[in-house]
Design a protein around this ligand. Structure first.
Ligand code: NAP
Length: 309
């Protein structure tokens, strides 16, 4: 039985040799047309078109090349017996945290203002806020959220974190549930989204939630574009309720050239680059689970299909 690579937009060739080296003797295919459907026991993919998984009767394991799996499990015909694993990479968590810190500090230290002053040759001082006077709210306290929270705290932010189940995280005030979210939003001058995209979290940053943020708040989305209702964000930016936002992810990717997001003052748009797992990291984790599968051992980093992450 063999492994099929459906990793586009990353070329399958990036993974194929690493996989052959990690699992000698296991056939690796770089396109579905190359292999008989019955021979495929595992698929490594970034996204699977609905209906794809059902074509492989002996499929047992799907490995997402990313931390998020919404583009894989969004298939009503995905057989329940197929396990779905995600890639968990400390370097990805650190990359996310670096991105968040960069955007958060750029905002609270007023870098765009000083850059504008430099263009005008204006040597005008503005006092930065005192450390720990700014509260940053982190939605999601998983692999990424905890790393983001730790770096924000180390950089002098007061940090609140929101998760589904109750958590205890060093240096972070943790809250959960609807009430916890309301209180987190009401106090967060910087709001960071690190949630997985699920039925419960899609559209969570809508007009109602964004209005709860303090006047002049700044939003950083490094999770998925679907968490944020972009029209609502634009409306609250135009109304002056929000100071700005950094969006590494957008509802439609690539973001179309005519999207109003590109030209809205206060918005920083990046093309989903906060962090990406390396092919080596994906292959190492997949190969370890493949061996566990063969040995009948419990698999690691398997997501719970019913909760969507
Ligand atoms: P994770 O370890 O699964 O953590 C998810 C966190 O979100 C957990 O704390 C979970 O709560 C919380 N959560 C989930 N549903 C919730 C709900 N309905 N209400 C409140 N909290 C909820 O995921 P991760 O590895 O941190 O990754 C998070 C997401 O980041 C990924 O799904 C992906 O979309 C995104 N990402 C983006 C990039 C990028 O380059 N922009 C890179 C990597 C990942 P519990 O702790 O209670 O379960």
């Amino acid at each position: 039985l063999s492994v099929l690579l459906l990793t586009m937009p990353q070329p399958p060739a990036l993974f194929a040799d690493l996989l052959r080296a990690a699992l000698p003797g296991v056939p690796v295919w770089e396109a579905a047309e190359q292999v008989a459907p019955e021979a495929v026991e595992a698929i490594i993919a970034w996204r699977l078109k609905p209906g794809t998984a059902g074509r492989f009767p002996n499929l047992r394991l799907i490995c997402a090349t990313a931390a998020g799996v919404e583009k894989i499990i969004d298939d009503p015909a995905l057989p329940p017996a197929v396990a779905v694993m995600r890639t968990v990479d400390p370097l990805v968590n650190l990359g996310m945290a670096q991105y968040v810190l960069l955007m958060a500090l750029r905002h609270i230290r007023a870098l765009p203002l000083f850059e504008a002053q430099q263009r005008d040759g204006a040597w005008t001082r503005h006092r930065p806020p005192d450390p720990y006077s700014i509260t940053a709210g982190v939605l999601g306290l998983g692999e990424a959220g905890r790393t983001v929270a730790a770096l924000l705290h180390a950089a002098g932010f007061n940090v609140i974190g929101w998760s589904r189940t109750s958590k205890s995280v060093r240096d972070v005030e943790t809250v959960e549930g609807a009430e916890g979210l309301a209180s987190c939003l009401a106090r967060s001058s910087v709001l960071v989204c690190t949630l997985p995209l699920t039925a419960e979290t899609r559209g969570i940053l809508d007009r109602r939630a964004l209005r709860r943020l303090p006047q002049g708040a700044y939003v950083i989305n490094v999770a998925r574009g679907g968490h944020l209702v972009e029209a609502d964000l634009l409306e609250l930016l135009a109304a002056g309720h929000l100071a700005g936002a950094a969006l590494d992810v957008q509802e439609t990717e690539p973001l179309p050239p005519d999207s109003p997001l590109w030209r809205q003052p206060g918005l920083t748009i990046t093309p989903h680059i906060a962090a990406q797992a390396s092919a080596a990291s994906v292959v190492t984790q997949f190969a370890a689970n493949w061996r566990r599968l063969r040995a009948g051992q419990p698999l690691h980093n398997i997501i719970e299909r019913s909760r969507g992450y």
